[in-house]
Ligand binder design. Structure first.
Ligand code: 3PY
Ligand code: ZN
Length: 637
């Protein structure tokens, strides 16, 4: 093929070749590059065919799939004007005013972030999102925002899906230029599980905006203003986006016996967030504990006490959260979070399609093309099947959530974690223990990362057959999980009302806790010097120059980034492989189309899979664009 390239090149055919023709004519090498890519692709597919995807633990051999139907849209038509256009026109302050003055209720669609984070262990691939992103933006320009980034998706993209999260963001931005794109950011913890230096979080916010994020939902896992406020400031100073400062809702404001997280507490926190410069207040009900009448009280109070719009987020773990939305809408909430039907309900958000129906003919109705919306729901219903191995198994809503208070996103992860520890049959013991650990810790706000600490502790106690009494009586003899030590040391900030002193002493033993911001103990990042070192280590690159976003991924998740980088060197970019084949390989005779980076497509057919030879190597035969190609794969079984 390389020779063909030379022979067919115009300069060569015209006989104008000079001595440096080959060196200077870059196109000649293109074919080699794409041959290389094709080789990496079949290496990946061969590996999954022979050994399975390492992320998939157990396959159902009888499982069949139906092809998801992509709803029709105007491929050549312009994008109708949406909220992103309005933000560009008005700027963040005036945009917030506009939102506040809207009579109709608005919707954030969480399908591409929280819904799959909470139902499918965050495994949704960009491939399935990008198939419908443009069409959705064209068919549904009335949507307030698309939550597509942040939270756990950043980590999971790199760690398990081997995708570049920034590439996902840029691709979605391009596909939905008219709608606001939204992300979830954990204050000083960024999209990680611990505090990062302030200038690193600042740079991360700036680059998130540069690459496509408009709405930053900012929270802190202990509702600590000292983590929320600096992040609001980053958004205000480094972007033209919207800072949605959020309060995490826990407890029950209607229960007179629960005196820690009261209505007054939340109103004060909302005022603090507004004073810190937020454009919108988010109510982040991560576990779905905000009951309908409590929502009415809370939203009414906030409406009268603060001047910025209110955005409500919940999880439908109990199955009554559409009622919460109804009461919140009656009380004047400005935006609610919903997920498309096929990926809604239970630990995810309430059903978008059904909530729209609920409000039909209501004075705050937001008119949405329901038949079209239903087509998207059907699309996701079919796509969801590809992810069946990541389903949590929760089949019905559970009222127990009011006792254990486990966030939706964590609930769907806790089961596989329990299975991993050999505690599958003691799952309900773990959820009960989770509630008890929360009491022991002094009733803290539980959301990533503080929720992970409570989960770690609950699993630790159950797996070691320890009780809360044991901890209270002989805590100084127990060696606590590392995340528990870190929490009590103050590495995630300070909880409302402080730590229970006696327990803190048993956990920390001789270590001294700090009471100021954990960031105060962290060195700022020297971007210039460190980026140069980074470039040296990862010098093989990714078929392109490394940039600041790669560096940020590395700084947030050094090991995970390194793993993704090595995967990329071996297998190339796997983002465009169809999901079914990414997780489950191919069957003989099956033919798929894979788009390579630069817009080139490959037609890949699996011809046959040989038997292992004496060294355990299996030969897998493919046809790529009609040409036979085989790869040898080491059988790991
Ligand atoms: C996250 O931090 O990822 C969450 O979704 C918390 O609810
Ligand atoms: Zn959530």
């Amino acid at each position: 093929p390389f020779l063909d390239n030379i022979l067919q090149h115009e300069t060569f055919r015209k006989g104008e070749v000079t001595v440096n023709f080959i060196r200077d004519t870059k196109e000649l090498f293109k074919i080699r590059e794409s041959r290389n890519r094709a080789t990496k692709l079949v290496n990946f597919l061969g590996d999954v065919i022979v050994n399975g995807n390492p992320d998939v633990k157990k396959i159902d051999p009888t499982k069949t799939f139906v092809e998801p139907v992509i709803p029709k849209f105007e491929e050549n038509g312009a994008f109708p004007k949406g909220t992103k256009n309005l933000l560009t026109e008005l700027g963040p302050e005036q945009f917030a005013q506009w939102l506040k003055n809207e009579k109709k209720v608005h919707f954030t669609d969480t399908t591409m972030r929280d819904a799959h984070q909470s139902l499918l262990a965050t495994r949704m691939r960009s491939y399935d999102m990008l198939k419908v992103a443009e069409g959705f933006a064209k068919n549904h320009p009335e949507v307030f925002s698309m939550e597509v980034w942040g939270g756990a998706t950043f980590d999971v993209c790199l760690r398990f899906l081997r995708e570049n999260p920034w590439e996902r963001l840029r691709a979605l931005r391009k596909a939905m230029p008219n709608l606001l794109l939204q992300m979830l950011i954990r204050g000083s913890n960024g999209v990680g599980y611990t505090a990062y230096p302030d200038n690193l979080v600042g740079k991360f916010v700036e680059q998130s905006w540069e690459n496509g994020v408009d709405v930053f939902r900012i929270f802190d896992s202990l509702n600590w203003m000292e983590s929320i406020a600096p992040c609001i400031e980053h958004v205000r100073t480094r972007t033209q986006g919207l800072a949605e400062g959020s309060l995490c809702y826990t407890g029950d404001i209607l229960d007179p016996k629960r005196t820690k997280y009261t209505l007054e507490y939340y109103v004060q926190l909302a005022k603090d967030i507004e004073n810190a410069g937020a454009h919108i207040i988010g109510i982040k009900d991560m576990a779905g504990l905000l009951k309908p009448y409590a929502a009415y009280e809370l939203v009414s109070a906030l409406k009268s006490e603060i001047n910025i719009p209110i955005h409500l987020h919940t999880h439908d773990t109990s199955s009554v959260q559409s009622a919460t939305y109804l009461k919140a809408i009656e009380a004047g909430v400005d935006v609610v979070d919903v997920a498309l039907g096929g990926l809604s309900g239970l630990t995810a958000q309430p059903n978008f399609n059904a909530v729209v129906e609920m409000l039909k003919f209501h004075e705050r109705e937001n008119v949405v093309d329901i038949p079209k919306l239903n087509e998207y729901s059907n699309y996701w219903e079919a796509v969801r099947e590809y992810y069946y191995v990541f389903e949590s198994g929760l089949k019905a809503g559970t009222g127990e959530v009011y006792q254990h208070e486990i966030p939706g996103g964590q609930y769907s992860n806790l089961k596989p974690q329990a299975q991993g520890l050999g505690l599958a049959d003691r799952f309900h013991e773990i959820t009960r223990m989770y509630g008890e650990v929360n009491e022991l810790f002094g009733d803290i706000v539980k959301v990533t990362p503080s929720s992970k600490v409570v989960g770690d502790m609950a699993q630790y106690l159950v797996s070691n057959n320890l009780t809360i009494e044991d901890v209270k009586e002989r805590g100084e003899t127990i060696s606590f999980p590392q995340s528990v030590v870190s929490l009590f040391k103050g590495e995630l900030g300070q909880p409302v009302g402080g730590f229970p002193k006696a327990l803190q002493k048993s956990v920390l033993k001789d270590q001294k806790p700090f009471t100021n911001r954990p960031n105060a103990h962290l060195e700022p990042v020297d971007f210039e010097t460190e980026f140069k070192e980074f470039e040296k280590v990862f010098k093989k690159g990714m078929g392109r120059a490394l940039d600041i976003t790669d560096f940020l991924s590395y700084k947030l998740y050094p090991k995970v980034f390194t793993g993704a980088y090595n995967h990329h060197l071996k297998y190339g970019n796997v983002m465009n492989i169809p999901t079914k084949n990414f997780f489950y390989g191919m069957t003989p005779g099956e033919e798929i189309i894979v788009q390579l980076d630069q817009g080139k497509t490959l037609l890949v057919q699996l011809i046959s899979v040989g038997d292992p030879n004496e060294e355990g190597k299996v030969t897998v035969f493919f046809k790529i664009n009609g040409q036979t190609r085989n790869v040898e794969v080491q059988d790991a079984s």
